[in-house]
Design a protein around this ligand. Structure first.
Ligand code: COA
Length: 339
């Protein structure tokens, strides 16, 4: 949870960058809550009331995270009017990597047919896109890069336990990307902060498959390769961390709730989003949600929401957009952007 140490990672003062384009990739298969009634002991009414989710996208078994990320980057590049080979940095935020090594970012390069630029993964769960945006912003401000693709993508359906009703109903698959370039002084990050508390790692994690618990017959039979989560604990920490980070970023940006054009929180549960929003003072009508359509796509929720809000004409140049996120780790991040 944000504490005194969290201050150290807070940056205020305009960092002039611009999001030159956005794009998404969403699998065509729609799975409605009612469809899950055949899978686990649940109901549309329970899922709707406790989470706000109505349906989610589920990828075909042949699809890996890099497929969704590559398509999202391609679409974001087209939106920005650049070719994927013109990007000089590729940051992929994901918890559902293609392989343990190499990085999913390298698989994305291969699928885009591009090479040369640094490509790396960010493992920060649902905070991953904002972590990636923070890295891209600072690389651009340092003059190290001029066109960075930041993509959050997940195939959560391949790591959830489809026998655990407490988790499988929450997640969905998808990817969203942004092309980040230097700004001309009008747009940019007004303030941000990010942090983590690894002491809480076992509250939400995938136990097996890494060096702590390599894959064995027992690990597979024991369901250790799927999401393990203490939902109530995550819920409580998420509300506090997301709202604290957002309030601090807004304070550092010297803006009030009245200045905010759109509040785009990580989309995990409508009750978490509402509670976080309320603590920031931003009115309900300024909160943007795609949760009902896509569920929790982890690192993909914020870039997908930003893209859809832009497409609907809800984000225009000069608008102030506040995003805040929380995820496995635990990690958190908030960002105040002038678009
Ligand atoms: C998971 C979550 C939706 C559960 O909601 P909740 O209101 O906290 O519900 P509880 O866990 O207290 O469970 C209440 C009851 O519903 C049941 N339940 C859980 N999932 C259910 C489902 N899909 N359908 C029907 N009943 C369900 C529980 O078994 C429990 O039953 P009991 O009272 O008989 O024991 C909620 O805790 C949450 O969203 N947590 C955060 C998860 C998250 O965002 N993770 C990603 C991190 S970004």
């Amino acid at each position: 949870m944000p504490n005194a140490g969290h201050r150290r990672a807070a940056i205020a003062g305009l960092r002039a960058i611009k999001i030159a384009g956005t794009g998404v990739s969403l699998p065509p298969k729609v799975v409605k809550n009612a469809d899950l009634e055949d899978v686990v002991d649940t109901s549309d009414a329970w899922i709707t009331e406790r989470t706000g989710i109505k349906e989610r996208r589920i990828a075909d078994p042949s699809i890996a995270t890099s497929d969704l990320c590559a398509e999202a980057v391609r679409n974001a590049c087209a939106d920005a009017g650049v070719d994927p080979s013109d990007i000089d940095g590729l940051i992929v935020s994901t918890s559902t990597t293609d392989t343990l090594f190499p990085s999913t970012a390298c698989w994305v390069q291969r699928k885009l047919g591009i090479k040369g630029m640094p490509a790396l993964d960010v493992s920060a769960g649902c905070s991953g896109f904002l972590y990636g945006l923070e890295l891209a912003t600072n690389l651009i401000i340092a003059g190290a890069m001029r066109r960075v693709a930041v993509v959050g993508g997940e195939v959560m359906s391949k790591v959830v336990n489809w026998r655990d009703r407490g988790t499988c109903v929450l997640f969905g698959d998808g990817a969203g990307a942004a092309i980040v370039v230097p700004g001309d002084g009008r747009s940019g990050v007004l303030a941000s902060n990010w942090g983590a508390d690894g002491n809480l790692a076992p509250i939400l994690y995938q136990p097996a498959g890494g060096t702590q618990m390599p894959a064995t017959r027992e690990s597979v039979d024991g369901g250790k390769h799927t999401v393990h989560m203490e939902g109530n604990t995550v819920f409580r920490h998420a509300v506090v961390a997301m709202s604290t980070a957002a309030v601090q970023a807004m304070r550092d940006a010297e803006i009030t709730a009245d200045d905010v054009s759109l509040f785009v929180p990580h989309q995990a549960n409508m009750r978490i989003m509402e509670a976080a929003r309320e603590r920031t003072g931003v009115p309900r009508e300024k909160m943007y949600s795609v949760l009902h359509k896509y569920g929790n796509m982890s690192a993909a929720t914020i870039p997908v929401a930003l893209h859809e809000a832009r497409t609907e004409g809800l984000i225009r140049d000069g608008d102030i957009v506040v995003s805040t996120a929380f995820g496995t780790g635990f990690t958190w991040a908030a960002c105040v952007l002038r678009w």
